[in-house]
Design a protein around this ligand. Structure first.
Ligand code: 4AD
Ligand code: MG
Length: 479
């Protein structure tokens, strides 16, 4: 008999029909006469209840059915008498496809800490929490493609191996086929990369933006969506060494239109998740409420997860300049009382404590900060008329901090060259990039959304390592 997915079965149960379901046992309970098996196949967070009459099945078979075992079950769909269940299956045949020894299988039907599950990363998607996060991750990725496709953007595949450092921050992983014990040397004694695989030093990309700009100047509106790599040694709950970034780049857009695009985009994908991941989001909301139950009020979220998502969709993001942000911070209570760890003055890079104050205390909603000092931003950002600031924008989210970073790009060749010189970005190697300004240059703008930071916000999870299947971070690269 053809298998039916549990999600389809629960969405539109055909009472009286014979069906086959396959999945993994979440729990088994019952008495001598009857066993109730909760079966999950990953298609939904919900389980279907399988009723196994002891008369129909041998003791030996029932003994082999434990949490984690894989089963194939055929039986009749009946209306459930139990509460919270619409339908259940009265089993006719049960095949144990694979056992899970309860003395050895780490995932048991009890609360496991996230730390424990991080240590058992290869199995953690078998828990409700991680399966929910991964389904939401999928839906957000799909919504991102849908948003851009519906607006006529083209998905541009930027390279993963590249010779350029797009952000100029020097946080790159180098890639080589050399034997590190014995690399070829030049006459002067330095490593001879002309003999390496690519004939030059190559690294994993930190951003697809510069290639995105090449695409935008031909196709008009493009976006990249791929893995990016940063060798920054920040062991935080917001940083990964390998993360996914979405980078739209739009010809003829200015900073204002760039902000509008980012705001529409974020609202769209969050709303998509709310509409398409209801059960998973409700589960995560309850999980969070439960986890925060015994915390003091100041440590609890002010709103439950779904209300927070709704709030972001329904309210305009606050838009302020960097200079305004500095003034607000210097006039704030925590600043005056010396509560900030880092000093605040014009020119500093905003620290997470400053961003959190603006987003969580002052405005209590997403904030877009624009026009940062040019000295703390990348070389490609458009220089403003004051020649001190650039047309940058960072979108800050409650509980997350920076979720999006972007800008209008410097479209004037000479100004761009000056900015590159100031920041020590080599022009010869970037000649291909400068050609966008040499031939048919035009205003354009774009931004990068950190995919995992978006997932953190949507799921309410608090550690970025818990929203990617296999996190890569300092001293962590298992599987
Ligand atoms: O602000 P960033 O560095 O901007 C860029 O890379 C630009 N080239 C984007 C563009 O304009 N096309 O990174 C963009 C976003 C950040 O706002 C953050 O959400 C995320 O990428 N991000 C990280 N996420 C996880 N781990 C890290 N180590 C991250 N670094 C940046
Ligand atoms: Mg940034």
């Amino acid at each position: 008999m053809e298998r039916i997915k549990i999600n389809n079965l629960l969405e539109s149960p055909q009472f009286g029909e014979q069906v086959t379901v396959k999945g993994w046992v979440r729990t088994k309970r019952g008495s001598k006469n009857v066993s109730f098996i909760a079966l999950n196949d990953g298609s939904t967070i919900r389980t279907v209840q399988v009723v196994a009459d002891a008369e129909k099945f041998s003791e030996d078979l029932l003994r082999r059915i434990n949490t984690g075992a894989a089963l194939s079950v055929t039986g009749e769909v009946v209306e459930s008498k139990g509460s919270g269940q619409s339908s259940e299956i009265v089993a006719e045949t049960i095949e144990v496809l694979g056992e899970a020894d309860p003395d050895k299988y780490p995932i048991q039907p009890k609360k496991h800490s996230l730390e424990f599950l991080r240590e058992n990363m290869h199995l953690r998607m078998r828990t409700n929490t991680f399966a929910a996060v991964m389904r939401i991750r999928h839906n957000l990725a799909f919504a991102i493609h849908k948003f851009f496709n519906d607006r006529g953007f083209y998905y541009l595949h930027s390279p993963i191996l590249t010779a350029s450092d797009a952000e100029g921050a020097g946080e790159m992983f180098q890639v080589t086929t050399f034997d590190l014990k014995n690399p070829p040397k030049t006459e002067e004694g330095s490593i001879d990369f002309s003999q390496d695989f690519f004939g030059q030093p190559v690294n994993l990309t930190v951003s697809g933006q510069l290639e995105g700009e090449l695409g935008a100047m031909a196709l008009g509106e493009v976006y990249t969506f791929g893995p990016t790599f940063r060798a920054e040694n920040s062991n935080t709950s917001r940083h990964l060494a390998e993360f996914w970034m979405i980078e739209p780049e739009v010809a003829f857009n200015t900073l204002k239109e760039n902000m509008d695009l980012a705001e529409d985009f974020l609202k769209y994908v969050i709303e998509y998740a709310m509409e398409n991941c209801k059960h998973d989001l409700e589960f995560l909301q309850n999980r969070e409420l439960d986890a925060e139950k015994n915390l003091p009020k100041e440590q609890k979220h002010e709103m439950p997860l779904l209300d927070r998502l709704k709030f972001v969709i329904e309210n305009d993001f606050e838009r302020i300049t960097y200079t305004e942000a500095i003034n607000i911070l210097r006039n704030s209570k925590p600043y005056k009382k010396g509560k900030f760890e880092y000093d605040v003055e014009w020119g500093i890079d905003l620290q997470s404590e400053h961003e959190r104050f603006l987003v969580e205390k002052k405005y209590k909603k997403p904030v877009i900060i624009t026009d940062y000092p040019k000295d703390i931003k990348a070389f490609y950002m458009k220089l403003n008329d004051d020649e001190k600031t650039v047309a940058a924008m960072d979108v800050l989210f409650p509980g997350i901090g920076e979720i999006v970073g972007g800008s209008e790009r410097e479209a004037d060749l000479e100004t761009l060259q000056k900015l590159m010189d100031e920041k020590g970005v080599p022009q010869e190697e970037m000649s291909w990039y400068l050609d966008t300004r040499r031939f048919g240059t035009a205003p354009h703008a774009g931004f990068g959304l950190g995919f995992e930071r978006l997932i953190l916000f949507v799921t309410g999870m608090t550690n970025i390592r818990d929203v990617i299947p296999f996190p890569r971070a300092p001293k962590q690269a298992g599987f």
